[in-house]
Design a protein around this ligand. Structure first.
Ligand SMILES: Nc1ncnc2c1ncn2[C@@H]1O[C@H](COP(=O)(O)OP(=O)(O)OP(=O)(O)O)[C@@H](O)[C@H]1O
Length: 307
């Protein structure tokens, strides 16, 4: 990958080793929030599979249940119905081998700890030896271009740098699966491009499975091997879109690619249809249908073909 804006790419090539990814299966997931007032059916019926080492982005209208899906995958909330499986094991609580990066980097880092201590903390909880912890902290901070601020406190860093710390902390943990919930929503556009390249660099280096939720259609296509487009609530997968842009991505070249433009138009139309309440491709009015879906055949697996 070419990422002229990212100081991380070269360093990341020498960072933590290939940890490998795990398969994630979501089968007939339904999530209803109950509590005071009317129950809210956030997710109606989601079924999809993410292969080990795949990077899949999730987009959909606001309130479609993207965060709900991620919380269920992270084991932070039980499903109402359905099954979530990581590798061979059902997800019933926060699974070992999973790391999460959220949008609110300000709240996810401890302000009284240095950058290095923040990265080290989950490793202590994981029982990693002191010498290996030192290695991992050093390597991952170098990988995200923050080797020189290891002794600083998060509040001394810019928002983009703080988010790099959160990414370093997740990578140092050597997870099999990394969940990211709109991680770059609060950083400026230039930093966002750098962080996108950083995620792809680390993803390739570590071989981990990544699920990346974003509002940004361009970001989803630039990053993903597939883009899951969700319907409005109660949520189903409207389309599982294959991104045939190849493994090498470049902020200028890839975004200028005709295939990128075609995919962006297609996913944009899908999200617009989802906002109007369309919950099946059969009901969608698309002027730019996808050529093939993520399974390599026309239309959505098990669903109707795009007219
Ligand atoms: N704790 C909760 N109790 C009741 N309803 C909730 C709760 N959390 C989320 N919801 C509802 O579930 C639906 C899905 O919310 P969720 O935050 O998962 O959507 P989202 O796609 O991540 O939204 P956004 O893109 O705006 O961040 C929304 O209608 C929301 O109001």
């Amino acid at each position: 990958m070419s990422s002229p804006a990212s100081p991380a790419s070269t360093a990341a090539d020498h960072a933590v080793g290939h940890t490998g990814g795990a398969r994630l299966s979501v089968r007939n997931l339904r999530k209803v929030y109950t509590g005071r007032g009317e129950p809210v059916e956030a997710i109606a019926d989601l079924t999809f599979e993410i292969r080990p080492g795949e990077l899949v982005c999730v987009v959909g209208p606001s309130g479609a249940g993207k965060t709900t899906l991620l919380r269920c995958l992270a084991g932070l909330m039980p499903a109402t119905e359905g099954e979530l499986v990581l590798g061979e094991s059902a997800i019933t609580g926060p699974p070992e081998g999973m790391a999460v990066v959220l949008q609110e980097y300000g709240r996810s880092l401890f302000p009284w700890m240095t950058v290095a201590q923040n990265v080290e903390l989950p490793l202590k909880e994981k029982g990693v030896t002191k010498s290996r912890r030192a290695e991992l902290v050093f390597e991952t901070l170098a990988a995200v271009g923050l080797g020189d601020v290891a002794g600083s406190y998060p509040w001394q860093l810019s928002g983009g740098m703080q988010q790099r710390v959160a990414i370093a902390r997740a990578a140092a943990y050597e997870p099999q699966v990394l969940l990211m919930d709109e991680p770059f929503a609060a950083v400026d556009a230039q930093t966002r491009f750098e962080l996108e390249d950083l995620v792809r660099t680390l993803w390739k280096r570590l071989g981990i499975t990544v699920v990346f939720v974003t509002h940004d259609i361009d970001e989803a296509i630039y990053l993903g091997e597939r883009v899951l487009v969700l319907s409005a609530r109660p949520t189903v997968v409207l389309e599982d879109v294959a991104v045939g842009l190849g493994p090498e991505r470049d902020q200028l070249e890839t975004r200028g690619d005709a295939e990128f433009a075609r995919l962006r138009t297609h996913v944009y139309e899908l999200v617009q249809q989802a906002k109007k309440g369309v919950r099946s491709l059969a009901d969608a009015h698309l002027t730019h249908p996808a050529a093939v879906d993520a399974a390599g055949s026309p239309g959505t697996p098990g669903g109707p073909e795009v007219p």
